[in-house]
Design a protein around this ligand. Structure first.
Ligand code: FMN
Length: 363
């Protein structure tokens, strides 16, 4: 099956974005069973867990779902840079009354081992972000029966994915919550809005395009399809779903987020990401350009963020969310997807009436 056929056959052309730290197999299954396409965020999973969770989803549904990996190279940071970065974090550990961690031995899961597990698990679709695969890696997945989706934040990145033979592009607009997928130009130069990004990528590459970033309800879904996207990928809109796995303080901030609450930062992880602004982001803004690159800073802030979640301190948490966060609604993921699709159909009918109705002819 081609990617175009897969998306065409979805009862509801909505993809639940893979959200590391915020979504698990339960959300992926609920969205898939409701007629959309769920995604398993496997970026932090051990290889054996990838195999097990993909097998679990395959056993639970015949419908297509996606699995997502973060392409990260092994990190061997300079010990002095690590010590300096930890020193910068010391006051935040003091604030929570927890010990500063020792310099870690490992900074990120072994991507090659995760990739091998994914290949063996052979999900219907796999998506990637933070970099581009090699042509051989893409071909191996396709030979195993897995469609390959590459995340692009610029036209050049979409071309790079097309060049290695990807089946579809996920166009991640600057509105999007969570990590930016950029890998060719620095983050601030890769913050193109979803509308411009989807259409310019379509003009540049002959592949199905998925629209992601700022899509919060049926209006956004209808808009994405109007732009020619094969599906709308939604992340932030699922953060208050019953199946979301976010901590209580994070959930609280999403529930009360004003409409201008997000900003892009590299302070938490050393990679640009969009989240609700808090004390940690504000305090590190003057030095965020100096924190070690992902995955080093991500690993160094891990204990702090986990403690913030446990102790109820939202000011030290990475509160990933997109620009549409104030529109997030609570509910079961399946009900949300169905409601958004009903809204999209209503919006589309109203648009059709506006563009084709008798009133149009009288003007
Ligand atoms: C909490 C959170 C975690 C995310 N984790 C991932 C991830 O693990 N892999 C990935 O490719 N994208 C991740 N994203 C980005 C989404 O795939 C998607 O681009 C984004 O959610 C779309 O914008 P929206 O949040 O405005 O809907 C994450 C987004 C959020 C909000």
């Amino acid at each position: 099956m081609t990617a175009a056929e897969l998306f065409d056959r979805l009862a509801i052309p909505i993809i639940q974005a893979p959200m590391l730290g915020a979504s698990g197999p339960a959300m992926a299954l609920a969205v898939t069973q409701a007629g959309g396409m769920g995604s398993l965020a496997a970026g932090a999973l051990a290889p054996e867990d990838i195999v097990e969770q993909v097998a679990g989803l395959k056993a639970a549904t015949d419908r297509p779902f996606g699995v997502n990996l973060l392409i990260a190279r092994p990190a061997t940071p300079d010990p002095e840079a690590v010590a300096e970065a930890l020193e910068r974090l010391a006051p935040w550990h003091d604030r929570l009354g927890i010990d500063l961690p020792a310099p870690p031995n490992d900074y990120a899961p072994d991507f090659d081992a995760q990739f091998a597990a994914l290949l063996a698990a052979a999900p219907p679709l796999a998506s990637f972000t933070f970099d581009v695969l090699t042509r051989d890696q893409v071909a191996a997945l396709q030979a195993a029966g897995t469609l390959v989706v590459g995340t692009a934040t610029t036209v050049a990145e979409a071309r790079a994915w097309a060049g290695v033979g990807a089946d579809a592009i996920c166009a991640q607009g600057g509105e999007a919550g969570g990590h930016r997928g950029e890998f060719l130009k620095p983050g601030p130069e890769s913050l193109i809005g979803t509308m411009a990004l989807v259409t310019t990528i379509q003009a540049a590459v002959d592949l199905p395009v998925i629209a992601a970033g700022g899509i919060m309800d049926g209006r956004g879904v209808a808009a994405a399809l109007s732009l020619g996207a094969v599906a709308a990928q939604m992340g932030t809109a699922f953060l208050l779903a019953e199946e979301a796995t976010i901590s209580k303080p994070w959930r609280g901030r999403i529930e009360t987020a004003p409409d201008d609450s997000t900003a892009v930062t590299r302070a938490f992880t050393g990679r640009h990401a969009r989240g609700i602004e808090n004390d940690f982001m504000r305090a590190l803004r003057p030095v965020e350009g100096e924190v070690p690159a992902y995955p080093v800073q991500n690993r160094l802030t891990r204990e702090l963020r986990a403690a913030g979640g446990r102790l109820g301190d939202a000011e030290v948490l990475s509160l990933w969310a997109g620009q549409g966060v104030s529109l997030t609604r609570a509910g079961r993921a399946a009900d949300l997807v169905k409601a958004w699709w009903e809204e999209a159909r209503a919006v589309s009918a109203a648009l059709h009436a506006r563009t084709h109705g008798p009133e149009r002819d009288r003007r």
